[in-house]
Design a protein around this ligand. Structure first.
Ligand SMILES: Cc1ncc(COP(=O)(O)O)c(C=O)c1O
Length: 262
């Protein structure tokens, strides 16, 4: 599919203008030289708002539009104490007049600092439920989301809009299909060759969206994820599944069998 076709298909989904695109693709000559490796560039998705920026803004543009379309007034999500996703969800809800409920399955720290303090300043309701630390990667991402959805619906009410950890679903990650298209166009315009896009992987939606978008474009850009949390059981399969769901949502099913996740 061409970049214009991908754009047209993505435009069929509601999206809020929470940020200005495209984000710049900047060259890092000093770091490239220091490392003596390949030419390094940075895609400035840290400039995406709301709430001080970050990759989650691309997902929230679709998720918040979906919440509004469904007439939701309350939004639930969860993450680690310093979750950037939670902070940006709180900011988006504040901007849209929605009630954000953020769940942290840890003890409330004696003092709210960093993103937790910002969450509070954005007016989010913070819920601390110290379940105790589970054994590392003992559950799949899907099972965790299902369990948390059940628990939080009891506490906030069943009509609230639930956003999985990191915005990891086939609505939010459309945002990174759009991101893939944007990157593809920039890379092609610059005439760069043998490009690998490297992304941190937390909940995996950024990587899934990039994989799906690049695959549909038949782009020469290769996605590479680095798992920074090691939180989930059978994680590569979850990411591959989501990437497949995204392609299906855009009317062009695609199966992702192999996954490079370091
Ligand atoms: C700055 C940054 N980049 C990338 C990621 C990965 O995002 P995802 O949850 O979509 O894997 C995260 C979150 O973990 C992040 O905070």
């Amino acid at each position: 599919m061409t970049p214009n076709e991908l754009r047209d298909r993505l435009d069929q989904f509601p999206r809020l203008p929470l940020a200005a695109y495209p984000t710049p693709l900047e060259r890092l000559p000093n770091l490239s030289q220091e490392l003596g490796g390949p030419s390094l560039w940075i895609k400035r998705d840290d400039e995406i708002g709301p709430g001080m920026g970050g990759n989650k803004g691309r997902k929230l543009a679709f998720l918040m539009a979906d919440a509004l379309r469904r007439g939701k007034r309350k939004v639930i999500t969860f993450g680690g104490l310093q979750s950037n996703h939670a902070r940006m969800t709180a900011a988006a809800c504040a901007a849209l007049g929605l009630e954000a409920h953020l769940f942290f399955f840890e003890r409330r720290p004696p003092k709210l600092q960093g993103n937790l303090l910002l969450d509070k300043l954005f007016g989010a309701k913070l819920h601390f439920i110290p379940f105790g630390v589970a054994a590392a990667a003992s559950m799949t991402l899907e099972r965790t989301n299902k369990l948390v959805r059940l628990v939080t619906a009891v506490l906030v009410g069943p009509r609230a809009y639930f956003i999985p950890v990191g915005g990891h679903n086939a609505v939010g990650c459309l945002g990174y299909m759009a991101g893939a298209r944007e990157l593809h166009e920039q890379v092609m315009a610059l005439g760069l060759e043998q490009v690998t896009v490297v992304t941190a992987v937390g909940a995996g939606g950024t990587l899934a969206g990039l994989m799906a978008g690049l695959a549909l474009l038949d782009s020469p850009i290769k996605p590479l994820g680095i798992d920074v949390g090691k939180l989930w059981k059978a994680f590569p399969a979850s990411i591959a599944r989501l990437a497949g769901e995204l392609c299906t949502a855009l009317g062009q099913p695609h199966t992702f069998r192999t996954l490079t996740l370091s």
